[in-house]
Design a protein around this ligand. Structure first.
Ligand code: ADE
Length: 233
């Protein structure tokens, strides 16, 4: 069983990489893939970079070139729904692209020719990730539901309000998950994603994101990934 561990940015994955005892680097598509072991399990750790295209490239390389059996994404997101606060954790049940709009040819948000606007994460893997979060981060508020992705850093209360009005179920916003979910759907590779809330996608999002990513993101990711791999061989 080979597990891919992915984050968008170095700050989100640094502590995970520090845990690998025997990794070696392989370069593909301009990315560095770290192949090694963690808690006795084969892992491939990689930074996807930011945005949906970068995410899709990374997911495809992980599947085609590195033959991973499952993909776990860990990182940060902006909280959208009321009560999804900084420091909380969101585990995605499904992903939707909030900036996809091929209307009037297809309904808004629908991914053309898939007849759906969302891709579900793998139910069993998601369950295991929720259990890992509860083990790793006692007392942290864990939300589970829809996460939306788009090629925008949402950094104003006005934009965040537009999103919550259009997509009231959306718990959080980020920039990669929906691309991973779609590629994993195409290849039938189990995918799950966990995001710590770094900001509220409002006027303070920029500053909140930068302090959080430096101080908390990597620690959270490493604790969750370690608990996940220990429990799920
Ligand atoms: N990732 C973390 N915070 C975000 C935000 N406000 N918008 C998009 N992606 C994010």
């Amino acid at each position: 069983m080979r597990t891919a561990i992915v984050s968008a940015m170095h700050e989100e994955l640094a502590a995970v990489l520090a845990l690998l005892p025997d990794e070696h680097k392989q370069v593909a598509g301009g990315r560095e893939f770290w192949v090694g072991h963690l808690h006795g399990q084969e892992v491939v750790a990689v930074l996807s970079r930011i945005g949906k295209v970068a995410a899709a490239t990374t997911a495809t390389a992980l599947i085609e070139r590195f033959h991973v059996d499952r993909i776990v994404f860990t990182g940060v997101a902006g909280g959208l729904a009321p009560g999804v606060n900084r420091g909380d954790v969101v585990v995605a049940d499904a992903f939707l692209q909030h900036d996809l709009d091929a209307s009037p040819i297809f309904p808004r948000y629908e991914v053309p020719l898939y007849e759906t606007d969302r891709f579900r994460t793998d139910a069993a893997l998601t369950e295991q990730l929720v259990a890992a979060v509860r083990t790793a981060l006692h007392g942290t508020h864990v939300h589970r539901g829809l996460v939306v992705s788009g090629d925008r850093f949402v950094s104003s209360a006005a934009e965040s309000q537009v999103l919550t009005l259009a997509l009231p179920e959306a718990l959080a916003v980020e920039m990669e998950g929906a691309a991973f979910a779609q590629v994993c759907h195409d290849y039938r590779v189990p995918f799950a994603a966990v995001r710590t809330v770094s900001d509220r996608a409002d006027d303070a999002a920029h500053g909140d994101f930068l302090t959080f990513i430096d101080e908390v993101a990597s620690r959270h990711s490493a604790a969750i990934v370690a608990a996940f791999l220990r429990a799920n061989c």
